[in-house]
Design a protein around this ligand. Structure first.
Ligand code: IVH
Length: 601
């Protein structure tokens, strides 16, 4: 095919297999897609009794209702739009009403056909399903990351989400994602069949994969047995599942049953319960974070919980340890629910050794020996060593290299910790002074990986002002605030010179953050690091004056935002409004055009 296309370029279509990897997701990243039919979620049930209730509830209205069941895939939902049989767009669920365009990346996924196997395909069909990372691909990805000192993912779902969001489709392609279809959105030129089972048969015929363990149920007993059976089998399946989904099979019944808020009445999900196991607390150490925060961590005798070996559990802070009264030598219950980080549920008091003592926070930093201080009224104790403390320095550098900051690919936490321990890194600017020989001399570092890191460092030099501000690791300044600051000041010197008053005038920057920002830029050491980074070649494009839409319904309007918005922070909403030409203000007045009221307004 490649040879033919080379000879006759006019024959290349954008759905040719040769075009699977190629193009750039950069062009579509962040573009929002409105779903013609909203993407809903499912109501959860937790017991056999609730399944009986669900079935009885539907049967009360539709005595002849039939049910199907299938695995609940632990991934992300995706909408695939085919026009005349050709994949034209893939979008994430987002908030259900609008998602993100991920077409370039989804084109690289082999399980998803670029063209439906049909000589007379529908004019439009929006096939919905779950994108996931098979367990084997997840294990291989993490093994490679560990080998190269890169970042590992907590579970296949996070890995799938991270892989889908890549700006380079070649990376998505290398991540071996896969897909199962389980639903239908908008369609035109396709007559809805009688049942969901019929729809799946059509999907299979088109070459679209569906949940392999889908089946019809003939009784509630069978529904319960299916759950029990999958509970046993789940660890042996090649993909991660977090429960099972029951659905009324007939579309007539589905349509009559309708919806409650954001979930259908004709389907429910029965999730596997969180798994709990007991193990022994071998030690309680403290970890030092980027801003010196001291976090106690329980070191556990390794125990397998829900398919994952758990060896550590964070205890958050001194109050939490005191509340749970976890002590060294205790037998404790450890829980993992889905992707939740393992936590200690409680300690088994009957099994506590007689001589055990309550945990006491150290008075000095285990890393640098500086005093640990817990300010009045604060939950968090901090090492007072600042950047003299190697542990804080390492965390600051890890933050600097992280995905939302300079995104230095391949520079993993372990590598950074090692370099800091060896006194090779004092500030982020030192990263750019290391040579190929320096990198290659590190343990377990092949010349090829060293070259890759150098290339990644070089690539990271061209960044954005917002990423740079975020990378500096100023306390309280997250990526959204960094974006606000970049957009407001547009140039670094202006931000560096800004007074607290000036900073606070920005909607979204409060007095505490303003104070941290001002102090950060007043500090000579910080200014020197910034100068060194710029001297090393870090640069960013000029931040353009905002292009304000004038033809939008919000142009020139004033909006007040209140309460918790379900899908974004108020800052993010304000940024959207600004792009659409509107203004936000903090209190309702005569000038207010719209009040955007979220939850608990
Ligand atoms: S049906 C109208 N079937 O679970 C709702 N969803 O917790 C259609 N999911 O948002 C969803 N496996 O992302 C359905 N076999 C399956 C599923 C499934 C996973 C996800 C889906 C949904 C979420 C709800």
């Amino acid at each position: 095919l490649k040879a033919i296309e080379a000879e006759y370029p006019e024959l290349i279509t954008k759905n040719s297999p040769t075009q699977k990897v190629g193009g750039s997701a950069q062009r579509t990243a962040g573009i929002l897609v409105r779903h013609d039919v909203p993407m809903l979620s499912l109501q959860d049930v937790f017991s056999e009794a609730e399944i009986r209730e669900f079935v009885a509830g539907i049967r009360a209205h539709f005595p002849a209702a039939e049910f199907v069941v299938e695995e609940k895939i632990d991934g992300l939902s995706l909408a695939l739009r085919y026009e005349n049989g050709v994949l034209v767009r893939a979008a994430t669920r987002g908030d259900g009403a609008t998602g993100e365009d991920v077409t370039a990346n989804v084109r690289t996924i082999r399980a998803i056909p670029l063209r439906l196997l049909d000589t007379a395909p529908p004019a439009v069909i929006d096939i919905r399903g779950e994108i996931y990372m098979p367990k084997a691909a997840f294990a291989a990805l993490n093994a490679a990351a560990e080998r190269d000192g890169g970042k590992t993912f907590a579970n296949p779902r996070n890995a799938a989400a991270g892989s889908l969001r890549q700006l380079d489709p070649a990376i998505t392609a290398s991540r071996k994602l896969s897909f199962f279809a389980y639903g239908l959105g908008a369609h035109d030129g396709y007559a809805l069949p009688a049942t969901y089972s019929d729809l799946l048969a059509q999907y299979r015929a088109w070459g679209v994969p569906v949940c392999p363990l889908q089946r019809a149920l003939d009784s509630v007993a069978a529904a319960v047995a299916y759950m029990a059976d999958l509970g046993e089998k789940r660890h042996a399946l090649p993909y991660e599942i977090d429960g099972v989904v029951y659905k009324a099979d007939y579309y007539a019944d589905q349509q009559a049953a309708g919806f409650v808020s954001r979930a259908p009445r004709w389907a429910v999900a029965w999730k596997f319960p969180a798994v709990e196991k007991t193990t022994l607390v071998e030690a309680i150490d403290v970890q030092v974070g980027r801003t010196g925060a001291i976090t106690p961590v329980a070191r556990l005798r390794p125990v397998e919980v829900g398919g994952v070996t758990v060896t550590n559990a964070t205890l958050h802070n001194a109050d939490e340890v005191a509340r749970k009264d976890v002590r060294v030598g205790d037998t404790v219950f450890v829980r993992r629910a889905g992707d939740v980080i393992p936590e200690i549920v409680k300690t088994v008091l009957e099994a506590r050794p007689a001589e055990s003592l309550p945990f006491a926070m150290p008075t000095h930093c285990p890393d640098c020996g500086s005093e640990i201080i817990r300010p009045e009224g604060e939950a968090v104790a901090r090492c007072s060593g600042g950047l003299h403390c190697r542990a804080q320095r390492a965390q600051a550098l890890i933050h600097f290299a992280s995905r939302k900051a300079l995104d230095i690919q391949g520079l993993g936490d372990k590598l950074i910790e090692q370099l800091v321990r060896d006194d090779r890194l004092h500030s982020p600017a030192d990263l750019f002074a290391l040579t190929l020989e320096d990198w290659a001399a590190l343990p377990r570092m092949a010349e090829k990986s060293a070259q890759n890191i150098l290339a990644a460092l070089e690539a990271a030099k061209s960044t954005t002002l917002a990423r740079f501000i975020y990378a500096l690791g100023i306390r309280e300044v997250g990526n959204v605030s960094a974006e606000l600051l970049a957009r407001h000041y547009r140039e670094l010197p202006a931000l560096m010179a800004a007074s607290e008053e000036d900073l606070q005038a920005i909607d979204g920057i409060g007095p505490v953050m303003a104070q941290y920002i001002r102090h950060f830029f007043l500090d000579d050491a910080n200014r020197a690091v910034i100068a060194a980074l710029q001297a090393a070649g870090i640069h960013w494009p000029v931040v353009e004056a905002p292009v304000i839409a004038t033809d939008s319904p919000l142009a020139g309007k004033t909006v007040v935002i209140t309460g918790n918005l379900p899908t974004m922070s108020r800052d993010e909403a304000a940024a959207h409004i600004a792009r659409l030409g509107g203004k936000t203000s903090s209190a309702v007045s005569k000038k207010t055009d719209y009040l955007l009221a979220g939850d608990k307004a």
